[in-house]
Design a protein around this ligand. Structure first.
Ligand code: ADP
Length: 261
């Protein structure tokens, strides 16, 4: 068993966060939400609805035009971006492992920045954590499947023991089976480490199955904020209903097919 992490996720708050890009696009429009410590939040919406932009205001890859973001009550603007980012895990689609570095070296990048010793032991623990064999430490990224590479990406994001994980379509480029497995595995990891996770996805089924709470964005606005159960009960409003209708209709069609077989 890997050593238990001391990480414990912080609370998070968006206060009227607004982002207007140069050129005038209103990517995020006065979004306010409070997120409890330790919760798993899915940020859902169609392409261009502002999900990534909102996520990036948390680690200051994007600076809001108005409003502010607070982590555990502290405005992120009061922490220097590089320091802030070292305390936040960030996983995105096609995580971009360095191709000329081994898996261990890729994971250890964050460790070296922290000046941490016992790197090999920590890398082994992190590989355990994401269910990869320890002997993968010496492999090059191109000797790994896409799913295994994303697991390494998750290990790298967890290396500095963050309490907060930001995930931007983390499993979006994977085949459906791998995607499902990795999503469930990450949810277990979230629970075990007591993380706070914000995961951007355009896939409502994934959001409903993984998250404690789903925030729905449309044209920069937060148009629903509800539990999966409430969304399934039709309590999320029009845009949320439209997104929930897709996996529901697919499930219905599959059940009908099964009935006919
Ligand atoms: P999503 O993650 O929901 O697909 P984004 O946050 O990426 O949405 O984008 C929201 C809107 O902001 C889109 O209209 C997009 O074209 C625009 N946008 C995103 N990034 C930039 C940028 N760096 N400069 C200008 N416009 C941008």
């Amino acid at each position: 068993m890997p050593a238990p992490s001391s990480a414990n996720g912080p609370s998070l708050a968006f206060e009227a966060v607004t982002k207007r890009y140069d050129g005038g696009t209103m990517a995020v429009d006065h979004v306010s939400a409070e997120i409890d410590a330790g919760s798993f939040i899915a940020l859902v919406g169609s392409s261009g609805s502002g999900k990534s932009t909102l996520l990036k205001t948390i680690n200051r890859l994007v600076e809001p035009s108005e409003g502010r973001v607070l982590i555990a009550g502290e405005p992120v603007a009061s922490t220097e971006p590089h320091r802030l980012r070292r305390s936040i895990g960030y996983v995105f689609q096609n995580i971009g492992l360095f191709p000329h570095m081994t898996v261990a070296e890729n994971i250890a990048i964050a460790l070296r920045l922290d000046g941490e010793r016992e790197t090999a032991d920590r890398v082994a623990d992190l590989l355990d954590l994401v269910d990869l064999p320890r002997e993968f430490a010496g492999r090059m990224p191109d000797a790994l499947s896409g799913g295994q590479q994303q697991r390494v990406g998750v290990a790298r994001a967890l290396a500095a023991r963050p309490g907060l994980m930001l995930m931007d379509e983390p499993f979006g480029a994977l085949d459906p089976v791998t995607r499902d497995q990795l999503g469930a595995a990450f949810r277990r990891l979230h629970d075990r480490l007591g993380l706070t996770t914000i995961m951007v996805t355009h896939d409502m089924a994934e959001a409903l199955l993984l998250a404690d709470r789903v925030l729905v964005m449309q044209a920069g606005r937060l148009v629903a904020d509800a539990t999966p159960r409430a969304l399934l009960a039709g309590e999320g409003g029009e845009e949320a209903d439209a997104l929930v209708a897709v996996p529901r209709a697919q499930a219905d069609r599959l059940r009908a097919l099964e009935g006919r077989a």
